[in-house]
Design a binder for this molecule. Structure first.
Ligand SMILES: CC(C)(COP(=O)(O)OP(=O)(O)OC[C@H]1O[C@@H](n2cnc3c(N)ncnc32)[C@H](O)[C@@H]1OP(=O)(O)O)[C@@H](O)C(=O)NCCC(=O)NCCS
Length: 158
């Protein structure tokens, strides 16, 4: 596995879809994602200021990615905590799971946050997403809120 910066919305789109379809039911498609303004704002104008992402590849084919987008209080994301706290996204394609890809991607992004002086990363995780929740708990994220059936988690960066 190698990693590279995720600079294009074309790279990001299938991974946001994989994150939205975490139940592996493929309910979300490109079209319905772009038609839902609350979700479309996770991909629109990638990469604008406050965006960062790293993509994992095997044989030059994407297998997963971790990324963050910075939202504001006037247009908060699902896992919004503060204007200076970007919201993390993460997905690994099903065929490549349970091999440490997500943990490696998250470590790379957290290292980057530390290097750039980002104070914390937040995210929103739906109830029942056991795989993601275990990963976040083991990485040191703590629950700071609840919106609907999702928990808002925060990782403070030392
Ligand atoms: C969550 C996800 C990113 C994990 O990716 P991964 O590359 O398989 O994860 P890793 O192999 O790096 O595993 C890291 C840790 O996550 C947890 N984990 C991963 N998959 C798990 C599973 N199926 N069941 C329970 N725990 C799991 C474990 O704690 C694991 O550590 P361990 O291997 O030491 O036990 C992946 O399952 C995925 O893409 N899911 C769909 C999209 C999604 O849910 N994104 C997050 C939205 S908030």
């Amino acid at each position: 596995m190698k990693t590279r910066p995720m600079t294009s919305a074309d790279d990001l789109m299938p991974l946001v879809l994989a994150a939205m379809n975490w139940r592996d039911d493929d309910l979300w498609t490109d079209q319905c994602l772009l038609e839902d303004p609350q979700v479309a704002r996770y991909v629109m104008d990638w990469m604008r200021e406050g965006d960062a992402g790293v993509i994992a590849e095997e044989d030059d084919v994407a297998i997963g990615a971790a990324w963050w987008r910075t939202f504001t209080s006037s247009d908060p994301g699902y896992g919004y905590v503060a204007d200076d706290v970007p919201e993390l996204g993460l997905a690994v394609f099903a065929a490549h799971r349970r091999k440490g890809v997500a943990r490696a991607l998250m470590t790379e992004l957290v290292d980057r946050a530390q290097a750039e002086g980002v104070p914390a990363l937040s995210l929103s995780v739906e109830q029942g997403n056991v795989a993601a929740r275990r990963l976040y708990d083991s990485a040191g994220f703590v629950k700071v809120g609840r919106v609907g059936d999702s928990d808002t988690l925060l990782l403070r960066i030392a």
